[in-house]
Design a protein around this ligand. Sequence first.
Ligand code: AP5
Ligand code: MG
Ligand code: ZN
Length: 213
Amino acid sequence: MKIIMLGAPGAGKGTQAKQIAEKYDIPHVSTGDIFRANIKEGTALGMEAKSYMDKGALVPDELTVKILLDRVAKDDCKNGYVLDGFPRTIPQAEVLDKAVAELGETIDYAINVDVPDENIIKRMSGRRACVKCGATYHIVNVPPKTEGICDVCGEKLIVRDDDKEETVKNRLNTYHEQTQPLIDYYSNKGILKEVDGTKDMKEVFDDIVKILG
Ligand code: AP5
Ligand code: MG
Ligand code: ZN
């Protein structure tokens, strides 16, 4: 099963993608997580990506597409994957379609997690992230068992550099300009599914399971 998660920054793409990956036993592929892992390791790719991410802008397509195509070509993606944060532009979507079509396959679902901008700013300020395993917490909604420590792998949790209010506003603008058109793109292909991302995260997951079966 090949699934794309769509939605604004902070809509809960990562939260839901992690659970989908577990339930359906497919890898969770997040371009944002890949960039953050590179930033942490201090790679050249990480440094370049950071300069865009810190402004709330998108990393250029050339860079992002290559990373994504390399990742989904790995063995563990043979039976599918859940993409979180990719595609984010129409050209990225077209490259993905072409790569999948070359294998004689198709994307099964594009799930749009719908959350209005007002809710998003509130969520982001409370988010804590694990750079090692990609787990996401919220100091009120989903607190870790031990403050500041990842339940899954024991790593110290961080506040993402791009979760400052100003940057979140820029990320929302970038989303509306460059990523939101993908909703029509996948609707036209007949694979778009919408879920209400303002519900409790367990209910959101139940709604997604109803779609995926
Ligand atoms: P990326 O890491 O993808 O960030 P994003 O899209 O801005 O999304 P987030 O990870 O912030 O939010 P999310 O939807 O995953 O929500 P989460 O589950 O964490 O990208 C970062 C940057 O990298 C981009 O800005 C760009 O620069 C670059 N980049 C990445 N991919 C790219 C690409 N393809 N092309 C170009 N550039 C790219 O949830 C958010 C918070 O809310 C958490 O605290 C969570 O616990 C809480 N929460 C989740 N669900 C609920 C709920 N139902 N109710 C209450 N709280 C909830
Ligand atoms: Mg995320
Ligand atoms: Zn962790």
